[in-house]
Design a protein around this ligand. Structure first.
Ligand code: NDP
Ligand code: GDR
Length: 357
């Protein structure tokens, strides 16, 4: 019997980590994830794929560790002996990075360096190849230099988070060139899903909308509605990460849909889907503005399409609707798609929820 491939994922408890773990398990991998010790459980997104490690069926294993602790990373690498490492761990909130720049940079920039150093030594000592994926971001493009943005577009980062990602990007490239490491940078544009963290704008909107429909919330406070993003579906994007590590040569790739939409357009589709007018519910709050904004992101995925054979499977409108449906279900309401897209009668739903129908 051939030994299954082993993957190590930092950030396995996050949106992408959870989808990637599912994807790799389906491909027959043994999956190992780095998790942080927290006072309450932080494994909600992966609980459904977790099997007791004592069971012979167990294929997913979790290890306590932190990107801020190089010793732990080295120890985990020695224990797991991975064929592939996916570095998804990060303080990934752009606005929070302005409030917490040192921590963000330590995790995102230095954390990546710690991992690269550990892999370099491990590979040198054992002679075993470890393939490395770095979770780079379209935020690295920052202030518009070129439209659409591609692999050769110059970076102009506009936050502590994106400065740290630029550092991690260049170190990954340098380790590839200096130490013959199979190391790839993904430059991923925004990707969303029902598992998206609740404080990112898309999920904040769909979650609030479901609560508004359920009568649990009256208003939604947001910042800049004019920013434009290239939003795709997270499940498609983790497939691209894996594809990068299956190629003959390590390289860097933009992963995007090639379309851009404003926050207003997102609101429009989401609220229209439940027959509501977003203007009546959304209130501006300057608290959500950033010291420096990224106004326009739109990626050119042609290299990934040609070399990886990668494609998106969900349209922008489809993405908004699937997120609204998931959040409606989360508050105990039927998804719209289950009603053949006929829309909700809010009055009826509220009566249903209050038990008067
Ligand atoms: P999430 O914020 O959902 O998940 C981040 C993960 O990193 C969590 O598992 C978190 O653990 C973990 N983490 C945070 N700090 C540390 C640390 N110090 N040591 C180890 N792990 C840590 O992010 P996404 O899943 O959305 O994104 C995955 C990666 O891709 C990130 O690096 C992000 O910056 C990058 N990216 C994301 C894009 C997107 O649109 N989603 C686009 C481009 C890049 P815990 O659960 O304990 O908090
Ligand atoms: P982003 O995502 O900064 O692009 O980073 P986010 O959803 O936080 O912001 C997108 C845009 O929406 C505007 N906005 C708001 N944002 C938030 N979070 N909350 C609000 O209330 C709000 N109102 C308006 C923002 O100003 C911004 O223009 C995400 C993260 O996943 C990063 O880790 C990743 O690298 C990039 O995507 C690509």
């Amino acid at each position: 019997m051939t030994q299954s491939k082993r993957a190590l994922i930092t950030g396995i408890t996050g949106q992408d980590g959870s989808y990637l773990a599912e994807f790799l398990l389906e491909k027959g991998y043994e999956v190992h994830g780095v998790i942080r010790r927290t006072s309450t459980f932080n494994t909600d997104r992966i609980d459904h794929i977790y099997v007791d490690p004592h069971s012979p069926d167990a294929k997913l294993f979790l290890h306590y560790g932190d990107l801020n602790d190089g010793t732990m990373l080295r120890r985990i690498l020695e224990q797991v002996k991975p064929d592939e490492v996916y570095n998804l761990g990060a303080q990934s909130h752009v606005k929070v990075s302005f409030d917490s720049p040192e921590y963000t940079v330590d995790t995102v920039a230095m954390g990546t360096l710690r991992l690269l150093e550990a892999i370099r030594d491990y590979q040198h000592r054992t002679g075993l190849e470890v393939r490395f994926y770095q979770a780079g971001s379209s935020e690295m493009f920052g202030k518009v230099q070129e439209v659409p943005q591609k692999e050769t577009t110059p970076f102009y980062p506009r936050s502590p988070y994106s400065c740290a990602k630029v550092y991690a990007h260049w170190q990954t490239l340098n380790y590839r060139e200096s130490y013959d490491l199979f190391a790839c940078n993904g430059i991923l544009f925004n990707h969303e899903s029902p598992r998206r963290g609740e404080t990112f704008v898309t999920r904040k909107i769909t979650r609030a909308l479901a609560r508004i429909v359920a009568g649990q919330q009256q208003q939604l406070f947001l910042g800049n509605l004019d920013a434009k993003r290239d939003w795709g579906y997270a499940k498609d994007y983790v497939r691209a990460m894996w594809l990068m590590l299956q190629q003959a040569k390590a390289d860097d790739y933009v992963i995007a849909t090639g379309e851009t939409h404003s926050i207003k357009e997102f609101l429009e589709i989401a609220f229209n889907y439940v027959n509501l007018d977003w203007n009546q519910y959304v209130t501006f709050d300057p608290r959500y503005l950033r010291p420096a904004e990224v106004d326009l992101l739109i990626g050119d995925p042609s290299k990934a399409q040609q070399k990886l054979g990668w494609q998106t499977t969900v349209s922008f409108e489809g993405l908004v609707k699937l997120m609204v449906d998931a959040d409606l279900e989360a508050v105990g309401l039927p998804p719209i798609n289950a009603q053949n897209g006929n829309g909700l009668d809010i009055a009826t739903i509220r009566k249903q929820m209050s038990g008067s129908l």
